[in-house]
Design a protein around this ligand. Structure first.
Ligand SMILES: N=CN[C@@H](CCC(=O)O)C(=O)O
Ligand SMILES: [Mn+2]
Ligand SMILES: [Mn+2]
Length: 318
């Protein structure tokens, strides 16, 4: 179901003595209206169902709420309008209907000229986000190609048997691409050999997915990784950026179902995200798997908010 924006979440520190330059997101954000001018639209996907089906640690349904609270105090560094577009919430165990509804909302936002920043929820968010961007492209960008860049310790290419979950979204997307005669352009950045079985790597090969492993992302190989990402982006017209927060080391991102022992450190993740965001091709971004139950003194929430801040600044061309 759809939930209206709860603007009470957007509260925080106010520094009136500093005027406009001292404002924060909670002072700028407004509820999205039908006639709102194009802007950055935050949409939540409150879902535990994908992680539950994937035998993980549930709690991500509270992610959109806690992430908004963590983002409320971010400095308002851009003039682009900032909106809260409310939530899509999974009811009972009907994940498929919620993913379809998320897709419909994403298509509407893109068609109205907004940049959707979608906050999960488990990584089953990706199959909803994708449905939205794919429909928008069918309707308005017919000849254009889409690339999916997933920053993730996991390939998320599990078979949806018996049903889709947080571990299956990119396999489900590959199936949709096949049905619609579209190429499956998928790059996973940060995959861990300790967290993906050979079966999953074999599936990635079969599907023509590109993978940059966590161990390939070091200070001395950063430029190489940036080049590989730039090459991938060079081959597509639009990018759907999805960030599974468990790509970060467990010490900075404990607030996920499956924390990463090694992960991609934040100081290396940020320049890689810049490579993607500064391409100018990103039309949609989401943050997946944030689970506040496992956070430690808001460390994970603050890190996720910082990544949201980076995305917002780059896509608004600050
Ligand atoms: N979306 C993440 N999925 C991981 C979870 C791994 C785990 O729970 O250990 C996966 O399916 O591989
Ligand atoms: Mn993951
Ligand atoms: Mn994932």
């Amino acid at each position: 179901m759809l939930q209206l924006a709860d603007m009470r979440l957007w509260s925080g520190r106010t520094d009136r003595e500093d005027g406009k330059a001292g404002e924060r997101w909670h002072q700028r954000i407004t509820p999205l209206q039908l006639d709102s001018a194009p802007g950055l639209a935050i949409l939540g996907f409150a879902s535990d169902e994908g992680v539950r089906r994937n035998k993980g640690r549930i709690g991500a349904a509270k992610g959109p709420r806690i992430l908004r609270m963590a983002m409320a105090n971010l400095p308002a560094t851009f003039d682009t309008p900032l909106y809260d577009a409310g939530n899509v919430r999974v009811e009972k165990e009907d994940l498929e209907s919620a993913q379809s509804l998320l897709g419909a909302r994403v298509t509407e936002l893109l068609s109205d000229g907004h940049f959707p920043l979608v906050l999960g929820g488990g990584h089953e968010i990706a199959f909803g986000s994708y449905q939205g961007v794919a429909r928008w492209m069918r309707e308005q960008q017919r000849e254009k190609t889409l690339g999916i860049i997933n920053f993730d310790a996991h390939l998320d290419l599990r078979l949806p048997k018996p049903k889709g979950s947080s571990g299956t979204p990119f396999y489900q997307i590959a199936e949709q691409c096949e049905i619609n005669g579209k190429p499956f352009n998928y790059l996973c950045v940060g995959a861990s050999d300790a967290a993906n079985t050979p079966a999953l790597y074999n599936r990635a090969d079969e599907l023509g997915a590109k993978v940059i492993r966590d161990r390939e992302i070091t200070p001395w190989a950063l430029e190489k990784a940036r080049e590989r990402i730039a090459d991938f982006i060079g081959g597509v017209d639009f990018v759907y950026l999805t960030i599974c927060l468990d790509v970060l080391p467990a010490a900075v991102m404990p607030a996920v179902s499956a924390p990463a022992a090694r992960g991609v450190p934040l100081e290396l993740l940020e320049p890689l995200l810049d490579t993607v965001l500064q391409s100018g091709k990103v039309c949609l971004a989401d943050l997946a798997e944030f689970n506040p139950y496992f956070d430690i003194e808001d460390h994970g929430a603050r890190t996720a908010a910082r990544i949201g801040f980076q995305v917002a600044n780059e896509v608004t061309g600050r």
